[in-house]
Write a protein of this length. Structure first.
Length: 326
């Protein structure tokens, strides 16, 4: 387990998007490519046509076949036995990988989580652009698991007010309740990228606002491309994340700018709900969403949302009209 930087680490950093560091990190990413694992051979769990598969560099192998049945083909089963799975996967070598990875066949790496938590206003700059005070405790809502889709899936626009939100997504690997902050990362299997797609009109249509429905429309939860184990990150609390829409940079920040860091979120949620393997936490989005821009800017048919997080990879999700998806 890498040393974790706990606490509200964002206070030491500028909250404005640092184009320089984001651009530097971007050199490690293939603009439209898949998971980039750098020079070290890193592993990631993906859902390839519904089957648990391990990404090893740019190759992929089927978990059930490669493990001779020790692990089943269900991606959820790998998450539920995460420590054993990671230990096994680290013993794999590139030569054993059987096929090149075709990312268009990737589904959500966690297809059926019991719970999908999401955190609102967890970046200082985002709270400022929304004109809201910093929360004293994490602001929690849910996304229903049926909204989850893969890292190349189409996002079906439900209205003219659909917005993007790139987010680091935590995958719980070891369940528990009343988890202490300093032990919280031990309950995290790894990270993936998420888009907390939001229909702003529906999100704010009730008084008081009820976020869940407007953020749970079918296809409004792209995640992927892979679950990258926590031990792959030098500092799991400080990762660059960006979102481009139609080729334009919209969001660029670092996860160290979070108001409540990942360990605090895990500890906080587990005070109230028992966390289970596979549960997801969308950890909040940085500044630069469409609804707070001047003028406001929403997703349009044909536009591509490109979401990247350092050390995890890239998601590319195209926006389509409801008719096109039928
Ligand atoms: Zn969000």
């Amino acid at each position: 387990m890498p040393a974790a930087k706990l606490g509200r680490s964002g206070s030491k950093r500028q909250t404005t998007a640092r184009v320089g560091s984001a651009a530097k990190a971007a050199t490690n990413w293939t603009p439209r490519g898949g998971p980039q694992y750098g020079s070290a051979m890193r592993i990631g769990l993906v859902n390839l046509k519904g089957r648990a598969s391990v990404v090893l560099g740019e190759r992929v192998l089927d978990v059930e076949r490669a493990s001779a049945g020790r692990f089943s083909a269900d991606p959820m089963a790998a998450v539920e036995r995460w420590d054993a799975f990671v230990e096994w996967a680290h013993g794999l070598r590139t030569g054993e990988a059987d096929t090149a990875l075709d990312e268009s066949h990737l589904g959500p790496p966690v297809p059926r989580p019991a719970k999908v938590f999401a955190i609102g206003l967890n970046y200082r700059e985002h709270a400022k652009e929304a004109g809201l005070e910093l929360p004293a405790t994490p602001m929690v809502f849910t996304k229903f698991p049926t909204c989850l889709v893969g890292p190349r899936a189409a996002v079906v626009l439900s209205s003219a007010y659909v917005d993007w939100e790139v987010e680091l997504v935590v995958v719980i690997g070891r369940g528990g309740d009343r988890i202490a902050t300093d032990r919280a990362l031990g309950h995290v299997a790894g990270y993936t990228i998420g888009q907390d797609i939001s229909d702003r009109r529906l999100q704010f249509s009730d008084r008081p606002p009820q976020f869940s429905l407007g953020k749970s429309i079918n296809t409004f939860g792209p995640i992927g491309p892979a679950i990258v184990p926590l031990d792959a990150f030098t500092d799991p609390n400080d990762l660059a994340l960006t979102c481009d829409v139609a080729g334009e940079s919209m969001q660029a920040a670092r996860t160290s700018d979070m108001i409540f860091a990942v360990p605090e979120l895990v500890a906080y949620l587990s005070r109230f709900c028992t966390l289970e393997p596979g549960d997801l936490i969308f950890t909040g989005t940085p500044s630069g969403v469409g609804s707070t821009r001047d003028p406001r800017r929403y997703l349009q048919e044909g536009e591509e949302i490109v979401s990247r997080i350092e050390g995890i990879g890239t998601m590319v999700n195209r926006c389509v009209a409801p008719r096109a998806a039928d």
